[in-house]
Design a protein around this ligand. Sequence first.
Ligand SMILES: [Zn+2]
Length: 57
Amino acid sequence: MKRFECRSLGQECPFSAQAETEEEVLAKAEEHAASAHNMQRGEETRAKIRANIREAQ
Ligand SMILES: [Zn+2]
């Protein structure tokens, strides 16, 4: 499993996304970042998210 926690981007936010693949986590996290934090969709945001995706049990 892969996991992303929004607070790893420095947000005070309890959101986390977990899925089997990095791409799925990335899609969920990008959607959240755009809708909840007004982050722009695109490579820059995706790169920040990707750098903070971790292995989860
Ligand atoms: Zn968030």
